[in-house]
Design a protein around this ligand. Structure first.
Ligand SMILES: Nc1ncnc2c1ncn2[C@@H]1O[C@H](COP(=O)(O)OP(=O)(O)O)[C@@H](O)[C@H]1O
Ligand SMILES: [Mg+2]
Length: 372
């Protein structure tokens, strides 16, 4: 394996008595798309600013391209950063914006024009070099910002929530573009976001961050199918969350009872004994819906519910149920067949899920209080 492009070794940053980045260690493979995903305030920007060199860690070390960055000034680091605000120069042409960093590095005019023109071609803006930035659409400006960074051939491109200011449609489009740009350039991207869908779609690997630490680092599939903590299960993808106590926890599948008497079964992660407080997560697409219990797979425990509302959203349609006994809300993704398109509120239905596809963790402190 080649040297990772980025290695963080026990990196710490404190602001007064607040630990913003808490002894974080990870590495990012050359040429990969790495995302740091976490809620606002968890320390993402602080981490990125340390990688860029704008602030110094209080402990630990950061290496880029195999070299420690201790005492290396930001402008000497092989990194470039793309911000949400883009910070393009409105008075300059698109071509001048892209060539700006090259000029600062003393690259001669002819070479600057050649390299910035080639870069604009590669991002699909070959004929925009002479336009002013304010003549471009939001998506095109985003591409100029990325082109301006990539033309400097950084080892790492750091992106701090670059799509955050765009409207939903453009964001969806730019997600795909960013992924394709990264793949075609092969530059290592370190991307921070609080949007789990962006992280899943874009990344080779994702570090899920909470309170200055990574709860889990893995592929998008790892995080989605094999969450290792209740925080990850709750933050990545949609999930039904059920809080209760185990009544039985001998094998891999535990039986859990909620305080109001709903019994479910789920696969345990970590050490769990009978009587423990737990959190169970069941993905909406893991549950199966039927009008009659007899239509459900016979091998899984069956539950009864009443339709609360049908959430039509094309391919992402779902039904919100209330479990019959406890009136707890439970979401089930609707199949694409249109089979349930005529479901009505108050209709009685049956549902089930494969317990080996539901996950059960020891409850976090205070978790019972957050019960939905
Ligand atoms: N310069 C600073 N001085 C004091 N506190 C800061 C400073 N920068 C960030 N923080 C605090 O550190 C925590 C992490 O902030 P930040 O890295 O910006 O989070 P994120 O980017 O994940 O939203 C927050 O509680 C924030 O208030
Ligand atoms: Mg931030």
């Amino acid at each position: 394996m080649s040297t990772p492009d980025l290695v963080a070794d026990a990196v710490v940053k404190r602001f007064a008595d607040h630990v913003a980045v808490d002894s974080l260690s990870f590495s990012v493979e050359r040429g990969s798309f790495f995302s740091i995903l976490g809620p606002s305030g968890c320390g993402k920007t602080t981490l990125l600013r340390m990688i860029a060199g704008f602030i110094a860690p209080d402990g630990g070390d950061i290496a880029i391209g195999g070299r420690s960055m201790r005492d290396v000034a930001p402008n000497r680091r092989p990194v470039n950063m793309v911000f949400q605000q883009l910070a393009l120069f409105p008075m300059m042409s698109v071509g001048e914006n892209v060539a700006f960093g090259l000029a600062r590095r003393g690259v001669g005019r002819a070479d600057r024009v050649k390299r910035s023109t080639a870069m604009l071609e590669r991002v699909g803006l070959g004929n925009a070099a002479d336009k002013r930035v304010d003549e471009l659409s939001g998506g095109q400006r985003q591409r100029v910002a990325i082109a301006r960074s990539l033309v400097l051939e950084p080892t790492l491109l750091l992106l701090d929530e670059p799509l955050g200011a765009l409207d939903l449609k453009l964001r969806e489009h730019m997600k795909i573009e960013l992924k394709q740009l990264q793949a075609s350039f092969g530059t290592t991207f370190v991307y921070i976001t609080h949007d789990q869908s962006e992280a899943l779609v874009l990344s080779d690997h994702v570090g899920v961050m909470s309170h200055g630490r990574f709860e889990q680092l893995g592929t998008p599939q790892d995080l989605y199918y094999r969450p290792q903590t209740p925080f990850v299960a709750g933050f990545v993808g949609a999930n039904n969350r059920i809080v209760g106590r185990t009544t039985q926890a001998d094998g891999e599948i535990a039986e859990i009872a909620t305080a109001d008497g709903w019994i479910v079964r789920a696969l345990t992660t970590g050490a769990i004994a009978a009587g423990d407080a737990v959190e169970v997560f069941v993905r909406p697409e893991v549950a199966i819906l039927a009008r009659n219990a007899s239509e459900l797979p016979p091998q899984h425990p069956q539950h009864a519910g009443e339709v609360q509302s049908v959430l039509f959203d094309g391919a992402n349609s779902a039904v919100l149920l209330q479990e019959a006994r406890t009136r707890r809300e439970f979401r089930i993704a609707l199949p694409q067949t249109g089979q349930f398109s005529d479901l009505k509120p108050q209709e009685k239905v049956a549902f089930s899920f494969d317990p080996s596809r539901a996950v059960c963790f020891a409850a976090r402190a205070g978790a019972a209080g957050q019960d939905a």
